[in-house]
Design a protein. Structure first.
Length: 306
């Protein structure tokens, strides 16, 4: 019994050493930067060191709600943030459908080609994506040039230089970039379904669509619900890269989400303390949403996601 206990302890220690580098990375990139929250309680003036700046307590948190101009900006930013997030939630089923579509392709070579071509955009930076978009849809881009040469338009269409339909265009670009990558987890879930269920359904005379409806989709629902709950908890986190490269003076009021607003406020506007205060409030709300979603998961599914 002692040898068995020692063997288990040794194996446990080896497993701990294997995950230790990843724990260190998580600490360095996720927890150590939280030290920067201290800037929200000082009147920070770059390039002065923090020790030479005045301690102001919760001044910047109160500023967020007492300054009418600041409140109006925050409301507009939150409107954009929620709009983008809800559009993402409304189309969150697309990776599921795409994974089912890929799984139904019987030609392995064609399936691999489609999966590769749809996954590659995830590894293209948003800067290059904007370069492609500018070449195609700017006032001097290919689309306007072709339409003008065909005589279909007399003035170039302002696609990138307009706030009209900016939410929809951001959704389409995000879907194009992340659809293939987002379907990978559902393809893995499909591969984990007991193949005997499919064989039994075929023996009973079930067709392809009946199998998808009665076996594949129900088997994917637990995975989809977990991913959906994580998306709900991160409803205030839209990311910054996509909106940063596509923003301009024409669409700034419609494209500025919370993450981009924090960047513009802190770096461009040089209000590091106020930007840190906004970031803290966003993090606290996100953690609260995660806890609420976790409790909802326990009550409805009997399982916790964290």
């Amino acid at each position: 019994m002692q040898r068995t206990g020692k063997k288990k302890n040794t194996e446990g220690f080896k497993m701990f050493l294997m995950i230790l580098p990843f724990l260190i990375l998580v600490f360095l990139f996720s927890y150590y930067p939280l030290y920067g929250w201290i800037y929200a309680f000082y009147d920070y003036r770059s390039p002065l060191p923090l020790s030479h700046c005045e301690f102001v307590g919760f001044k910047w948190f109160r500023t967020l709600w007492r300054n009418p101009t600041q409140v109006q900006q925050m409301l507009n930013v939150l409107k954009n943030t929620f709009a983008m997030s809800f559009l993402g939630l409304a189309t969150s089923f697309l990776p599921v459908l795409f994974a089912i579509f890929l799984n139904e392709i019987k030609c392995i070579r064609f399936k691999n080609i489609v999966q590769t071509l749809t996954t590659l955009p995830n590894f293209i930076s948003w800067t290059l994506v904007y370069a492609v978009a500018f070449s195609l849809f700017s006032t001097t881009g290919m689309l306007n040039s072709v339409l003008q040469q065909l005589g279909l338009i007399t003035e170039p269409l302002k696609i990138l230089d307009s706030s009209r339909h900016v939410w929809l265009s951001m959704l389409l670009w995000g879907t194009w970039k992340g659809l293939g990558w987002g379907s990978i987890i559902y393809l893995a879930a499909i591969s984990g379904i007991d193949q005997e269920m499919f064989e039994a359904a075929r023996v009973d005379g079930a067709g392809r669509f009946r199998i998808i409806k009665d076996i594949t989709i129900p088997s994917l629902m637990p995975t989809y619900l977990v991913m959906l709950m994580f998306a709900v908890s991160n409803i205030l986190s839209n990311g910054m890269d996509q909106y940063y490269v596509f923003q301009n003076s024409f669409n700034k009021q419609s494209i500025q989400v919370l993450d981009l607003y924090v960047y513009n406020l802190g770096i461009t506007g040089k209000s590091m303390s106020l930007a840190t205060a906004v970031g803290i409030m966003k993090s606290l709300v996100s953690v609260t949403l995660l806890m609420l979603v976790n409790q909802t998961s326990k009550k409805t599914r009997g399982e916790s996601i964290i």
